[in-house]
Design a protein around this ligand. Structure first.
Ligand code: NAD
Ligand code: MG
Length: 337
């Protein structure tokens, strides 16, 4: 959609936060011809980056004043305070408050004023991809939702924002805050961040404890995961099955369900229940407010796992991963966000 036809063509958009999503959204919206101001803490780590990218940068409260749409793209756990201190006292009646994840609204941590629109646009990809796809004239699919419509134009604003960041060039799918929040949390916990990393670690430990070399184990269970995931991404199970050997396929059919079985699925349902009934959100908020003691301990344990030592040594010998190396001519490996 060109600027002239975008429902936000005459709107001032305040993007609060300039991290993974914030930077990509701000740059794409500006390149779509929209008027963007970035809101950040003056001593924050990304202020200079936003200035260097040529944006008007202001403290969050200042950025919110006069904005017709406020995009909240700071970490989820700082959003409730940011809302209370900078947004609630300053956002114009009839303006839109936009999120990229429904956590705080869905779990009641932010109770938006009754006189504003509350909307959601969540790209299904990391910020770096949202930006690089836009630069290539394409876009990352987005899901969108309207939680509160006081202006009568909430849906048009939501779609205008999705268009402005490039999502409209790909695909946009309607959802609601509950579905976006619960499925996003479930995916990252059970399958993506949590499930995949545990699968890799348990596979690595199994091979090393059986006496195999850690370097060989690393290649088999972590490095090669990318090849499989890329095939899923490009063509689903069918493409994966087409590209691996018959032996690998047979092993998949008979051994995959032994590792990930009905018990695993039952525990996935427990994880989902904890998300749905608010147990996970309550625990995570309490953990954050206590200064992240368990988060820090568990993160340290991940970082000290033997797979990390062997992985660092092996990756240092992969020239295509080194940032200074010239890119190979064909099919460069690209790290996600
Ligand atoms: P991030 O951690 O990459 O960036 C956060 C930004 O907020 C930084 O610029 C930081 O300096 C700034 N910031 C931190 N505290 C602040 C404060 N108190 N006031 C003002 N600015 C502050 O965050 P992110 O990963 O881009 O996540 C932003 C939102 O997007 C979250 O709601 C997240 O759930 C959602 N989201 C993220 C992704 C992703 O791929 N990272 C994908 C979809 C949705
Ligand atoms: Mg893990």
């Amino acid at each position: 959609m060109s600027n002239a036809t975008n429902p936000l063509a005459t709107s001032r958009i305040a993007v609060l936060g300039y991290g993974s999503q914030g930077r990509a959204h701000a740059l794409n919206l500006r390149d779509s011809g929209l008027d963007v101001v970035v809101g950040l803490r003056p001593n924050g780590p990304t202020w200079h980056k936003a200035v260097a990218d040529g944006f008007k940068v202001a403290e969050p409260a200042e950025a919110v004043k006069g904005a017709d749409l406020v995009a909240v793209l700071t970490p989820d756990m700082v959003q409730p305070t940011l809302y209370k201190e900078a947004i609630e006292p300053n956002i114009k009646p009839g303006a839109a408050l936009l999120f990229a994840h429904g956590f705080n609204v869905h779990f009641g941590q932010i109770k938006p004023r009754a006189d504003i629109d509350v909307i959601l646009v969540a790209p299904k990809g990391p910020g770096a991809l949202v930006r690089s796809e836009y630069e290539r004239g394409r876009g990352v699919p987005c899901i969108w939702a309207v939680h509160q419509d006081v202006s009568g134009h909430a849906e048009a604003k939501t779609k205008g924002y999705a268009d402005g960041i490039g999502g409209g060039r790909a695909m946009i799918i309607q959802t609601d805050f509950k579905e976006e929040t619960e499925t996003d949390l479930f995916g990252e916990q059970a399958v993506l961040c949590g499930g995949a990393s545990e699968l890799v670690l348990k596979g690595f430990e199994t091979l090393v404890e059986a006496g195999y070399q850690p370097e060989i184990a690393y290649y088999e269970v972590m490095h090669e995961l990318k090849l499989i995931v890329d095939l899923f991404y490009e063509g689903g199970l069918a493409k994966m099955l087409q590209f691996v050997s018959e032996t690998a396929q047979y092993g998949d059919y008979v051994s995959g369900p032994r590792v990930v079985d009905a018990g695993t699925k039952a525990r996935m349902k427990e994880v989902l229940t904890d998300i749905q009934d608010g147990t996970f959100a309550r625990n995570w908020i309490a953990e954050y407010q206590a200064g992240l003691p368990n988060y820090k301990r568990l993160k340290q344990a991940d970082l000290e796992h033997p797979i990390e030592r062997v992985g660092a040594a092996l990756r240092a010998r992969m020239p295509w991963l080194q940032p200074t190396a010239p890119k190979p001519a064909a099919a460069p490996l690209k790290k996600a966000g």
